[in-house]
Design a protein around this ligand. Structure first.
Ligand code: GAL
Length: 393
């Protein structure tokens, strides 16, 4: 009996991963991803220089540790079904080793369909084989992008016209399949679902081991698109928490098409949302302004707060918007936003956010303690501007 019990125990230990979904992403993952800047032209050299820059700029030490190669690294499958990288990526294991040698983590991209969005090989029918290969390369993060699998979903729906869930069930099964394959490798790999918020992934993502899921379609480097995504996240806070995060897409800070105030809005909103912070710019050409947004210690601490609570809207009034995020130690982060085209005053009543007797206020972007304040705090914001405050007892 005792022998049986210890055999069973050994068996369980050998199949159960030595890490939990929560430990894998106890706070929102932070790092860099190649897509927003390099898109389909990314090379091994670009990724290595991003890794170098994460170290030399201080971003790694600020928390940005994942170096994620997005779409277009893939070459062809051989007769055994093994997927090889294309000529722009001579040796993925060596790339992973290089990234790890810098104290960083290695991320990769695939999808459940036959093809990715860029028309490269997806993992359909090769899920376990691909997961094992990623693990052998030392991969720490997988972004799994729906793309051509939508064709399979349309087909399933056409074949089952009376089942309104046919397409979505197929999609969920495909995401579960890769989630299980990743777990079976025994390597801790952050699992990031990219399916543009189709069928409320925040409801089923955590159940299949996902650590984050895109909540919307793609961001681009424009104020209009960024705020459309950011402010549409209202109401989703209850679905995020340690190990499982809503992902409103990667950062555009530093890509050059928004103003400094617009990028400040971007960073302020994303940290209030406890969003994964994946820089999407060319790190080798970062300006001091980009660095001060991406590496502001208080802003990062809001995003990464140990309570693991996503923020949500407090109120909206025309073009003015105020959001709050509960922080550890009874503190609250407040994001104040002016979406209008002129200078406006935006205010928050400290009594309304849990400080009836007032509290200490820190201005994150000004890097200044404003002392004890009570009642209504008013910020004068430029057009498309934002302020970020931390209020404590
Ligand atoms: C999109 C995805 C982007 C990027 C791109 C690559 O579907 O949302 O973030 O990964 O595919 O082709």
């Amino acid at each position: 009996m005792r022998l049986f019990a210890s055999l069973l125990c050994a068996l369980l230990l050998s199949v159960a991963p030595a890490f939990s979904q929560t430990q894998l992403a106890a706070t929102p993952p932070m790092g860099w991803n190649s897509w927003n800047h390099f898109a389909a032209h990314v090379t091994d050299a670009d990724v290595r220089s991003a890794a170098d820059a994460l170290v030399s700029t201080g971003m790694r030490d600020a928390g940005y540790v994942y170096v994620n190669v997005d779409d277009t690294w893939q070459g062809k499958r051989d007769a055994q079904g093994v997927l090889h990288p294309n000529e722009r990526f001579p040796d993925m294991k060596a790339l992973g080793d290089y990234i790890h040698s810098k104290g960083l983590k290695f991320g990769i991209y695939s999808g459940p369909g036959e093809k990715t969005c860029g028309g490269y090989a997806g993992s359909l029918g090769h899920e376990e084989q691909d997961a094992k290969m990623y693990a052998s390369w030392g991969v720490d993060f997988l972004k799994y992008d729906l793309c051509s699998f939508q064709d399979n979903m349309h087909k399933a729906q056409a074949e089952h016209p009376n089942d309104p869930n046919a397409a979505n069930n197929l999609m969920i099964a495909a995401y579960r399949k890769m989630g299980d394959a990743l777990k079976a490798t025994g390597r801790p790999i952050v699992y990031s679902l990219c399916q543009y918020g189709v069928d409320q992934p925040w409801k089923w993502g955590p159940g299949l081991g996902a650590n984050m899921w895109r909540t919307t379609d793609d961001i681009d480097d424009s104020y209009g698109r960024m705020i459309a995504i950011g402010f549409s996240q209202a109401g989703l806070s209850k679905y995020a928490g340690p190990g499982h995060w809503n992902d409103p897409d990667m950062l555009e800070i530093g890509n050059g098409k928004m103003t400094a105030d617009e990028y400040k809005t971007h960073m302020s909103l994303w940290v209030i949302l406890a969003a994964p912070l994946l820089a999407g710019n060319d790190l080798s050409t970062m300006t001091e302004a980009d660095k001060s947004l991406l590496m502001n210690k208080d802003a990062i601490a809001i995003d990464q707060d140990s309570l693991g609570k996503q923020g949500d809207r407090l109120y909206e009034s025309g073009d003015l918007d105020v959001w709050t995020k509960p922080l550890s130690g009874g503190r609250v982060a407040v994001g104040l936003f002016n979406r209008s085209w002129s200078v406006r005053e935006v205010s928050v009543d400290l009594g309304q956010i849990g400080f009836p007797n007032g509290g200490s206020v820190r201005d994150v972007w000004e890097k200044k303690d404003l002392g004890h304040r009570s009642g209504v705090v008013v910020e004068t914001l430029p057009k498309h501007g934002a302020a970020l405050l931390i209020v404590g007892k």
